[in-house]
Write a protein that binds this ligand. Structure first.
Ligand code: NAP
Length: 337
């Protein structure tokens, strides 16, 4: 198998650090690797597989000879560098929302729609974090015909980057000490609060985050307009790990036991579902590990063939870094670089 020359763009950020860690965990084999950031962190050191690397400033010429770039440096950075990477024959696996809905860009959850990778023209997009965890749970159930889907998310602050993690910590301390605190990352105080806004509002009254769940789910699962999807996304004062309440109406009849059995045997999913013993997944179970957890699987009382469930995952892993590195692994295995 051909070994690629790899670059991690945004290596000093929250997602970039996870990508670095998981690249080692998944044993990605490469010819060489480089770590890139903005001018701000250039020159800082990263230790990877016992060796120290100096972070370089991202500039077009640093992508010369690079085969695969795992990027998590924001939409405008990806927009700036993607053409430079593709022009030089490289493939970019991008975490930002810059290219997700473009027709020629495969939007992929590894293990769900790997075959879409074959259509890539140099850019591969990683879905939004709240969509990602949902896909691993929905894909195995898709054969029962998804008629209607309602998702309510409870999203951790790590999904908004390093500055947001610091803001939750500092706001909590200020609040407990009775001091005032000026919030910058969020529109409202995040400590001891729940904020029903993630990203900006669209004309239809939904937020961009909510519409990402709607549109990306359709693209990844190849669902047409006949499947009705709605989402409400809220930010909660949790450092890491997104939770989702998911209500699904199916075309065919399906029981909670069948769902449990299918999900138990599905790629990337772990079922914890024994409510009598208080066994159900929480963000503390999910943070720092790879599975998407499902529990509280029950018959939905509002739909005829309906199932409700609770789904929790480490948003930095499955929602960003783990999926990016899994895609990188598939691109190498499928010889797509
Ligand atoms: N956090 C999540 O759960 C999550 C999930 C899915 C997708 N994403 C996406 O992943 C991206 C990064 O998120 P994050 O949470 O890791 O943010 P972050 O912690 O703020 O890190 C941003 C990274 O990008 C680098 N960067 C910024 N501007 C750059 C530029 N002009 N050129 C080169 N590098 C630049 C930064 O380098 P410096 O250290 O030099 O500033 C840093 O390494 C965003 O697009 C975000 O939407 C995040």
């Amino acid at each position: 198998m051909k070994k690629p020359r790899i670059a991690i763009l945004g290596a000093t950020g929250v997602v970039g650090r996870e990508i670095t860690k998981i690249t080692e965990e998944l044993g990605i084999e490469f010819e060489d690797i480089k770590f890139l950031s903005s001018a701000r962190s250039a020159g800082s050191k990263i230790t990877f597989k016992g060796k120290e690397y100096t972070v370089e400033e991202a500039k077009p010429e640093v992508f010369d000879g690079i085969n695969i770039v795992m990027a998590s440096a924001g939409g405008s950075t990806s927009q700036k560098f993607a053409p430079e990477i593709v022009k030089r024959g490289g493939v970019i696996i991008d975490n930002s929302s810059a290219f997700r809905m473009e027709k020629d860009v495969p939007l992929v959850i590894a293990g769900v729609n790997d075959e879409d990778l074959r259509r890539h023209k140099g850019i591969i997009a990683n879905p939004n974090c709240s969509t990602s965890q949902l896909m691993l749970v929905l894909e195995p159930l898709k054969k029962f015909g998804i008629k209607r889907l309602i998702v309510s998310t409870y999203q951790a602050v790590s999904g908004a980057g390093l500055a947001a993690i610091n803001e939750l910590r500092e706001d909590t301390i200020a609040n407990l000490e009775g001091k005032s605190f000026e919030n910058k990352c969020f529109k409202k105080p995040i400590s001891f609060n729940v904020i029903p806004q993630i990203d900006v509002f669209c004309d239809n009254g939904y937020t961009k985050e909510e519409m990402k769940v709607v549109n990306e789910t359709r693209k990844i699962l190849h669902l047409d307009e006949s499947t009705k999807i709605s989402c409400t996304a809220a930010r909660v004062p949790v450092f890491n790990g997104h939770s989702e309440a998911v209500d699904i109406e199916f075309e065919k009849n399906i029981t909670p036991d069948e769902v449990r059995e299918i999900l138990k045997n599905s790629y990337g999913v772990k079922v914890i579902d024994n409510p009598e013993n208080y066994e159900y997944p929480t963000t503390r179970d999910a943070s720092g590990v790879n599975p998407v957890f499902a529990g509280r699987i029950r018959k939905n009382l509002a739909f005829d063939n309906g199932i409700s469930l609770w789904c929790v995952a480490d948003n930095l892993r499955i929602g960003a870094a783990l999926n990016t590195v899994r895609i990188c692994k598939r691109v190498i295995e499928m010889g797509l670089f």
